[in-house]
Design a protein around this ligand. Sequence first.
Ligand code: PMP
Length: 408
Amino acid sequence: RRSLPCDSALRKRSAKVIPGGMWGHMSAKSLPPAYPQFFRSAEGVHLTDVDGNSYIDFVCAYGPMIVGYNDPDVEEAAGRQQARMGIANGPGEVMVDLAEFLVETVPAADWAIFGKNGTDATTACVSIARAATKRRKILVANGAYHGAVPWCTPWPGGVVAEDRAHLLYYDYNDVSSLEAAVGEAGDDLAGVLVSAFRHDARIDQEMPTADFAHAARAVTDRNEAVLIIDDVRAGFRLDLGGSWEPLGVQADLSAWSKALGNGYPIAAVTGKDWLREAVQTVYVTGSFWCAAAPMAAALATLRKLHRGDAVTHMARLGEKLRSGIESQAAARGIGIRQTGPAQMPLILFDDDHTLEKAYLFSTKALQRGVYLHPWHNMFLSAAHTDADIDLTLEATDAALEAVADVFG
Ligand code: PMP
């Protein structure tokens, strides 16, 4: 399919001026070799790589895209704001509009502050919890991802033990391990950090059990500590009011980013009234944190999600994709596991520790114009249609046939 080898030429140029050619979660080195590193355009649910190949995308920029790339409503709102004022010596009126919208629509939010990246939000939550309680220990689930700074990055490079001196660990959905960690923290427990659901890469996803969610609320209440939910990845895809709303559990602090601005750089921390004072004692800021266009984009994105009943739409199409793939795999006797919420699917193959089956499957789908991820959770968006899922299922059918041919 590839006529001009632009991607390989760019990789060569890149390797000379960017260490390793690319860094972080968007490095194509962690994907099968057929995957492009560089893209040229993005529209709706379609990505076009630098060689002109187009894909129906199920990675959504790893979460930020939620109403479609280059969405006209979001672009119009952001463009209008940018034309009037992008950045200044203070925020625009739009910041108050956005905070009001979040406070109205997120039941656990009495206030909001804004940043740029998810890591800004999770890091601020940890600081706010410590400032509010004047204690140090933060409980974190083993294997959970909360960002890319020393207290939480999954890679060891540049991290010293002291960066994590006051973190204690529990296993997600394991109430007794949570209680054991609370015991270990003793009278120094500042907060418990939970992911919206268990979405660690390369392993089956798990929704939080009601027992676990209620236990997390109970132990923080009992100890006058802060319950923090990291809704950076799942935010606005499971429930527009927050991912634990359906469970009836409200966190004291919620960290948001990714889908909030449909791709515009913006993060938020929302929280409960009792933390208002503490927030004001923590110095969180950044040169670009008050940029107005991403705030306008966020407001337009949230309004559009509410208008369009987006969560129901994403869940329905995710179910359609999931059940289609399920029957295609079953018909060939291929053991697969599709886990997590349907709108954030992860597909893993049985007996595939080396990911050979996942790589073959996703490569074959890619070659038929569908961009899946072999080991990270994927994302549905409000812009996906039934027709996109039908086309995708044609590609997955052929891709599973290839897996059956090679692996039996
Ligand atoms: N928390 C979760 C659950 C995430 O998925 C991510 C990003 N993948 C982060 C925090 C960090 O967000 P960012 O990369 O925007 O700093």
